[in-house]
Design a protein around this ligand. Sequence first.
Ligand SMILES: Cc1ncc(C[n+]2csc(CCOP(=O)(O)OP(=O)(O)O)c2C)c(N)n1
Ligand SMILES: [Mg+2]
Length: 322
Amino acid sequence: MTKAELLAAYRTMFLTRVFEEEILAMTAVGLVPGYVHPCTGHEAVAAGVLAGRMPEEWVVSYYRCHGHALACGSDPLAVMREVLTRRGGLCGGKGGSMHLADRANRFLGASSIVAAQLPIAAGVALNEQRAGDGRAVVVFCGDGALGAGVAYETLTTARHLGLPLLVVCEDNGWQDHTPSHEVSSLPPAGLVAGLGIGHREVDGNDVTATARAAAELLADCRAGAGPRVLVAHTYLRHFHAQSGADAPAEYRPAAEVDHWRRRDPLDVAANELIALGVDPEPVRAEVAEEVSRVVAAALATPEPEPSSATTSVAVAGWVGPF
Ligand SMILES: Cc1ncc(C[n+]2csc(CCOP(=O)(O)OP(=O)(O)O)c2C)c(N)n1
Ligand SMILES: [Mg+2]
C-alpha cells in the first residue's frame, strides 16, 4: 500500500472502532434494538481486503457487518440509523444491526444465519463469471462458519465451477462462547487445503499484510483461477454480542485477551504510519468529530412510519404488500 492508501485504510479502521464503541455505549442504555455483534479488533481485515476491491465488485457479509459496510463506502449516518432502526437507515430502518445492505456501494447484505452468506456469494460469483467482466466477489465469514455443511458445499461447488469468489475467513479463534479448537478438528486453512483450494493465512491485525495477501488472491479470482480463501487471524476486542444493558462477562482466558490487546490493529497501523512520517492524529480528530455528529443526527431521527411497514422488505418470492 502507498502512504495515502495506508492512511485511507487507517481512517476506515478508526471510523469503525469509534463507530462500534458508540454503538456499544448506546446498547448499554437500551437504545439499540436486538443483538449487536461488534467487530472491534477485526478492523484491519475489512479495511485491508476492501482496499483492493474494485468499486463494482460485490461484497457479502455476516452479522458482524458494520465494519464491512463502512469499508465498502456506506454513509456512516445511514449505517448508524439502520443499527438504531431509524428512518433513512440503509434498509429504511427495518433491518437493524445484523441486516445491513447497500446496493449503491455493492454491499449485497449480511445474514444472521451462520454461513448462509456463502452460497449467496457463490451465486453472485456465478453471475459475474457468466458476465465475463473479470470481476470477483468478496464474502466474509467467521472461522466457525467454515465448519457448516453449506460451507463445504459452497467451496466444493465454487472449485468445481471455477467461480471468482474470495472467501475471507475472520479467524478469531472463538465461536460465540466456545473456543474453536474444542469443536473443530481442523483449523480453517487445513480444511481449505483439504479441498484443494488456493489460500493464504495472514496476520489479520496487520492491515498492510492483509491488503497485500487479499490483492494477490483477488487477482487470481479475476484471472479465472477459481475460488480463493484468505484466513485472517484476528481477535475480538470486546465479546461475541450484546443485547440490552448488560455487557457479557469476559469468557476468554486473561492471558489470551492480553496477548491480543498488545497487538491491536489500530496501533499496528498507526505505528506503521508514524514510521513513514505520517501523523495519524489529524485523521483521528476528524473521524471522532464526524462520528459524534452522526450519533447526534441518528438519535434525532424518528423510527420508520408504521404505514411504511411493507416497503423495503421482501419475503421469498413475494414482495409486499402482505
Ligand atoms: C445456522 C446457525 N447456527 C447457529 C447460530 C448461532 N450462532 C450465532 S454466531 C455463532 C458462532 C459463529 O462463529 P464464527 O463463525 O467463528 O463467527 P464469529 O461470531 O466468531 O465472528 C453461532 C453458533 C446461527 N446464528 N446460525
Ligand atoms: Mg469465530
